[in-house]
Write a protein that binds this ligand. Structure first.
Ligand SMILES: *Cc1c(COP(=O)(O)O)cnc(C)c1O
Length: 397
C-alpha cells in the first residue's frame, strides 16, 4: 500500500495515529474497512517485470510502485497495513510482521547474528520463550545473560545484539533504556515492548535499534490472534525480510486484519486496564496473605523513577505480580479458585488472566532467573476492578 496522503500525520497524538495508521488510502479506495487480500500469488505482467519484482523483494525491499506482489511469502498488502500501523505508533521506519512473536524473534536473531558475530547479550528477566531460545543456542547463537549494569562488560567484538525487556515478565523489573543503549555502544539494542506497548513507551526514542512485540498480547488485545512484529530502520528491515521469506514464518492476512483492528482501541484499552491494575495493586499491597506486590505504580518497584508522565514509561501498565506469604501451595490454590478471572497464560487482552510463572510460563527458565514459587502474575483486563478484587478475595480467602 502506498497511501497518497496521510491527513492524520499532522497530528502526532497516539490516539489519532492508532485510529488512522495503515488506513490512509481507504477513502480513495472507496471503502471504510481495510480489504483483506488473500492472494497467495499475483499476476506478473511480463517476465522481466515479474522477475525484477521478485528479485527486489527477495533482497528484502518493499515492492516498488507498480510492481506485482509476486507471492504472499514475499509481500501481502493486508499484512503491510498492520506493519505500517505499528511502525507509526513506535515512531520507526519499518515494521516486519510474523506468524508469532517467537517467529519474529527467530528471524531477527538469524538476520542480525551473521558475519562472524554470533554473540547475544541478554538482560534477565526475559520472556520465558526468548530466554529458552537463547539459552539452548538452537539458532547457533552464543549468549551471555547479564544484569543491565553489567552489559558493557559482557560485550565482545563478536556481539551482534543486546536483548532486553522492560518492564519484564513477570516481576515488572524496569531497565533504564538510555543508560543501556549507552552501555551497548555500537551494538544494536532490541527492546521487547510487548508489556509496555507504544502507548506507554517508545524505545526507539531512547536509542534502541529495534522494538519487538508479541502482537498476540496488547496489540490484538482480544486473545484471538497470534502474531509478532519488529519495528526498525529500513536498512535493518531489509536484512530481516529475506529471512522471513526464506524461513516462512509469515503472518496470515486474516490475522493481520484482526491485529490491525485491535489497534484503534489500543490507547483506550491500555489506559483503562492500567487504572484497574493500579487499584488492584494498591488493594493487594495491604492484603494479609500477600508478601509483596510487583507493579510500577508502587514506589518500591520504580526506584529509578522511570515511570510517569514525560518519563521513559508514561504509566505503570496493567500487568502485575504478587507473591503469597504461604508460597507455592497458596499460589497454586488461588490460581485454581478464581471464577471471574481465567487461569491461563498470555496477557494484554480485554479479560483478566492469572497464571503461575515458575510452574508454567517460566518453567524452562533455570537458576536465579526462575520466579519465586509463591508468585502469581495477573494481566488485568477491562472488567470492573471491584469485581476483580472480589474474585481475588474469595480465591485468596
Ligand atoms: C508472548 C510473549 C512473547 C512471545 O510471543 P508469541 O506471540 O507467543 O510467540 C515474547 N515476549 C513477551 C513479553 C511475551 O509476552
Amino acid at each position: 500500500m502506498t497511501p497518497s496522503s496521510r491527513p492524520y500525520a499532522e497530528s502526532t497524538a497516539r490516539d489519532t495515529l492508532a485510529v488512522h495508521a495503515g488506513r490512509a488510502d481507504l477513502t480513495e479506495l472507496g471503502v471504510h474497512a481495510p480489504p483483506i487480500d488473500l492472494s497467495t500469488t499475483n499476476p506478473l505482467g511480463d517476465v522481466e517485470t515479474g522477475g525484477s519484482a521478485y528479485e527486489n523483494m527477495a533482497g528484502g525491499h518493499r515492492p516498488r510502485p507498480g510492481d506485482p506482489n509476486v507471492y504472499a511469502r514475499l509481500w501481502n498488502p493486508t499484512v503491510a497495513r498492520f506493519e505500517e500501523a505499528v511502525a507509526e505508533l513506535e515512531g520507526g521506519a519499518a515494521g516486519i510482521a510474523f506468524a508469532s512473536g517467537m517467529a519474529a524473534m527467530t528471524a531477527t536473531l538469524i538476520a542480525l547474528t551473521r558475519d562472524g558475530r554470533d554473540h547475544v547479550v541478554a538482560v534477565r528477566p526475559l520472556y520465558g520463550g526468548t530466554d529458552h531460545l537463547l539459552a539452548t543456542g538452537l539458532l547457533g547463537t552464543r549468549v551471555t545473560f547479564a544484569r543491565a549494569e553489567d552489559v558493557a562488560a559482557a560485550i565482545t567484538p563478536r556481539t551482534a545484539l543486546v536483548v532486553v525487556e522492560t518492564p519484564a515478565n513477570p516481576t515488572l523489573d524496569l531497565v533504564d533504556l538510555r543508560a543501556l543503549v549507552a552501555a551497548a555502544g555500537s551494538v544494536p539494542v532490541l527492546v521487547d515492548n510487548t508489556v509496555a506497548t507504544p502507548i506507554l513507551q517508545r524505545p526507539l526514542e531512547s536509542g534502541a535499534a529495534l522494538v519487538f512485540h508479541s502482537a498476540t498480547k496488547f496489540l490484538g488485545g482480544h486473545g484471538d490472534a497470534l502474531g509478532g512484529v519488529v519495528v526498525t530502520d529500513e536498512e535493518t528491515a531489509t536484512r530481516i525480510r529475506p529471512v522471513r521469506a526464506l524461513t516462512g514464518g509469515v503472518l496470515s492476512p486474516f490475522t493481520a486484519y484482526l491485529l490491525h483492528r485491535g489497534i484503534p482501541t489500543l490507547p483506550i484499552r491500555v489506559r483503562a486496564q492500567q487504572d484497574h491494575a493500579t487499584r488492584i495493586a494498591a488493594h493487594l499491597a495491604t492484603h494479609p496473605a500477600v508478601r509483596r506486590v510487583f507493579h510500577p505504580s508502587l514506589p518500591d518497584c520504580d526506584a529509578a523513577r522511570l515511570v510517569g508522565p514525560g518519563r521513559q514509561m508514561a504509566g505503570p501498565g496493567s500487568l502485575l505480580a504478587f507473591e503469597l506469604t504461604d508460597g507455592y501451595e497458596a499460589a497454586a490454590t488461588a490460581a485454581k479458585r478464581v471464577r471471574l478471572i481465567t487461569h491461563a497464560v498470555s496477557l494484554g487482552g480485554v479479560d483478566t488472566l492469572i497464571e503461575h510463572p515458575a510452574a508454567v510460563t517460566h518453567r524452562p527458565v533455570v537458576g536465579d532467573a526462575k520466579p519465586a514459587p509463591g508468585i502469581l502474575r495477573l494481566s488485568v483486563g477491562l472488567e470492573d476492578p471491584r469485581d476483580l478484587i472480589a474474585d481475588l478475595e474469595q480465591a485468596l480467602g
